[in-house]
Ligand binder design. Structure first.
Ligand SMILES: Cc1cc2nc3c(=O)[nH]c(=O)nc-3n(C[C@H](O)[C@H](O)[C@H](O)COP(=O)(O)O)c2cc1C
Length: 195
């Protein structure tokens, strides 16, 4: 699809030293950039927010820590969020939810999309189900499709190169859909939001 120039944030929440999900981050970032989008990777491990104490909005204006303020400024200009989510005990990685939970209104009236992965064969199927309710509560409902990366260490190389028979094709439909929702909600946000 042609360049629609969306600003897209990718979240990833693994703190493990041997983390594998970074392959999926690189894959989806490459795909989005090839479509002409501006992509910012927000790596929970790099940003390293503390376990939630105060949300961004709980600080008096101008007094939030610099890393939170930088994220708030980034989110203000974001059109869509992509969550690259591994599955820990059938649910969401704590590093991901800690990163995301520091904000709320910043996500509103924007679409999200789930890229779920696992080392095993189920491609993060269970965390993707959990994320749908979570993302709806945050005001960034997930698009209908999810991209599932099973056997991630076999399906993607360390630089995100597709070594599977299916991922690039699946990503194409998935990202077409995300672009549609991203453009549609961007146009509506420009007219105003209900609250
Ligand atoms: C605490 C923990 C729980 C896990 N639970 C699951 C699980 O429920 N389902 C699954 O498919 N894989 C599970 N795994 C394996 C992960 O899919 C695998 O470790 C993956 O590489 C984790 O993502 P990361 O490397 O980006 O941290 C678990 C791994 C850890 C460390």
């Amino acid at each position: 699809m042609a360049n629609k120039g969306l600003n897209i944030v990718i979240f990833y929440g693994s703190y493990r030293r041997d983390r594998n999900g970074i392959r999926a981050v690189k894959f989806v970032q490459n795909q989005l950039e090839a479509r002409g989008h501006t992509v910012t990777f927000v790596d929970a491990k790099e940003v390293d927010l503390p376990i939630l104490d105060r949300m961004y909005k709980e600080y008096p204006k101008g007094e939030a820590p610099e890393n939170l303020q930088k994220l708030a400024d980034l989110y203000a200009d974001t059109d869509a969020y992509v969550l690259v989510a591994g599955e820990y005990n059938h649910t969401i990685q704590p590093g991901l939810s800690n990163l995301v939970d520091h904000f709320l209104e910043e996500y509103g009236f924007r679409p999200s999309a789930v890229v779920a992965y696992s080392v095993g064969g189920f491609g993060g199927a269970r965390v993707a189900v959990h994320l749908r309710g979570y993302l709806a509560e945050l005001g960034m409902p997930a698009i209908p499709s999810a991209l599932h990366v099973s056997k991630i260490t076999q399906s993607l190389g360390e630089d995100g190169e597709d070594t599977s028979p299916y991922l690039t094709k699946a990503a194409s439909k998935f990202l077409d859909e995300l672009e549609w929702y991203g453009r549609a909600l961007k146009a509506e946000r420009a007219k105003g939001v209900p609250y």
